[in-house]
Design a binder for this molecule. Structure first.
Ligand SMILES: [Zn+2]
Length: 230
């Protein structure tokens, strides 16, 4: 959700540049998808320079662990670093770059911060290593696959927000606000919003069922359980 393609948008997008992808010769489908989705030019990593940023990062890292578990991965599969020139981006090794401007702009809108992070973690980039032996695909097939990937990530973001007891509307509003131009890899914002809301409804059902059947477990995975940790 965070890579804005095309020209003419950078003026409207206060968070970052446009990304370009080099024309590399991929050897397998896994490599192709990793290059296409996660092989973009990395945003520049920066050091947190004040207490607010440090606190915001620490809070988001606690959510990152929950999201990793929800995605079915280990907490250690992901790291979170501060960057500039991006909203958020994940690389093939599970390193999430979170833009400082984005982090601070949404310091009081946790649902958007977690929703954006959930989308990135929803890509689960490491699993593409499993496709190392699959043959490369045509450009069209690859684009279709990447759109599907984005859809999975959006669906996961919606589901995760619900399961964590957060709101989905702020993320949908945010997406609609930043989606100025269609990009071949992405569906238009209204469709993405629909997918996210589907995921959210799914997550709500799971959340409610768990609350009914396993109150103790629901308490542990809910938002409140981690508030004390900062
Ligand atoms: Zn994405």
């Amino acid at each position: 959700m965070t890579r804005i393609g095309g020209t003419g948008i950078s003026g409207k997008n206060p968070y970052g540049p446009t990304w370009t992808t080099g024309a590399k010769q991929a050897e397998s489908l896994g490599q192709q998808v990793q290059d296409e989705l996660f092989g973009k030019k990395k945003p520049r990593e920066i050091d947190p320079d004040d207490a607010t940023v440090v606190a915001q990062l620490a809070r988001l890292r606690a959510w990152q662990k929950k999201l990793a578990r929800l995605a079915g991965d280990d907490e250690d599969d992901y790291t979170l670093v501060l960057a500039e020139g991006t909203i958020a981006m994940i690389d093939a090794r599970g390193k999430v770059y979170v833009g400082k401007r984005f982090l601070l702009a949404f310091a009081s809108v946790l649902d958007v911060q977690v929703g954006v992070l959930a989308h990135e973690i929803g890509h689960r980039p490491k699993r593409w290593a499993e496709y190392k032996s699959a043959a490369p695909r045509s450009k069209e097939e690859l684009e279709r696959l990447c759109r599907t990937e984005e859809t999975y990530a959006d669906y996961f973001a919606g589901r995760a927000l619900a399961e964590l007891g957060l709101q989905v509307e702020p993320l949908c509003r945010f997406l609609t606000d930043i989606a100025e131009l269609p990009h071949p890899e992405y569906f238009a914002a209204p469709l993405r919003v629909e997918v996210i809301k589907e995921g959210y409804a799914d997550g709500r059902r799971k959340h409610e069922l768990r609350k009914k059947m396993f109150p103790e477990l629901a308490r542990r995975v809910s938002a409140k359980a981690d508030l004390g940790r900062g």
